[in-house]
Design a protein around this ligand. Structure first.
Ligand SMILES: Cc1cn([C@H]2C[C@H](O)[C@@H](COP(=O)(O)OP(=O)(O)OP(=O)(O)O)O2)c(=O)[nH]c1=O
Length: 191
């Protein structure tokens, strides 16, 4: 049986690039959803809910497609660090991450008609101990402003990271192997 058309329900250029690297052809249709956190939600529950909400918002309009959505959160000692609202907050995030290990949660949700496949991937990331000057220089690049936790492991942020324990790609925003496995659960061979 031939594969259905594929839709990536994300505005993230990183996610698009990771899927393109597999040689796949797909459309990009971002889901515009409310990303407000519920008061008692754990990071696991939150990324799961947000990835599912993104997938469903698009799948409703394209029931014949395979819809792929994801959501990424950075968690330090139980506290969620979202996208920094400005450089000052970006500086605060990087200073707090310095010398410590935090967790990155990426929720993946696929839909194909009535078919659903979901998985949350958790990865531990340890930062080097950074000097004030290093923190200032990193924040001045502006790279972290649209990223969860205020850094990009795939960019200059690579210089901040001592160790990644788990799936590197899920830190960037999309666990590629997870997406392929979830696609197979829905009967779609992506690679
Ligand atoms: C930790 C980290 C996050 N990020 C990015 C991945 C995501 O794009 C972003 C987290 O925000 P998300 O809300 O997960 O995604 P998004 O708003 O970019 O796109 P959409 O909701 O349309 O899917 O942070 C990196 O690029 N590198 C990193 O090292």
């Amino acid at each position: 049986m031939s594969n259905p058309p594929i839709i990536l329900a994300s505005a993230s250029p990183r996610r698009r690039e990771l899927l393109q690297n597999l040689g796949l052809h797909f459309d990009v249709i971002p889901a515009d959803i409310d990303e407000t956190h519920g008061p008692d939600e754990t990071p696991f529950e939150l990324v799961r809910r947000l990835s599912v909400t993104k997938a469903e918002a698009v799948a409703r309009r394209y029931p014949d497609a395979l819809v792929i959505a994801a959501d990424t959160l950075v968690v330090l000692r139980g506290e969620i660090l979202g996208k920094p609202k400005d450089r000052e907050q970006n500086r605060d995030f990087i200073a707090r991450l310095s010398g410590r290990t935090h967790e990155v949660f990426t929720g993946h949700a696929l839909r194909r008609g009535e078919g659903r496949a979901e998985r949350v991937v958790r990865t531990a990331v340890r930062f080097r101990k950074l000097t004030d000057d290093e923190i200032d220089r990193y924040v001045a690049t502006g790279e972290g402003l649209d990223k969860a936790g205020g850094y990009a492991v795939q960019g200059r942020g690579a210089a901040l990271v001592r160790e990644v324990r788990g799936c590197y790609f899920s830190v960037v925003g999309l666990g590629v192997a997870t997406v392929v496995a979830l696609g197979r659960e829905l009967g779609v061979t992506l690679v």
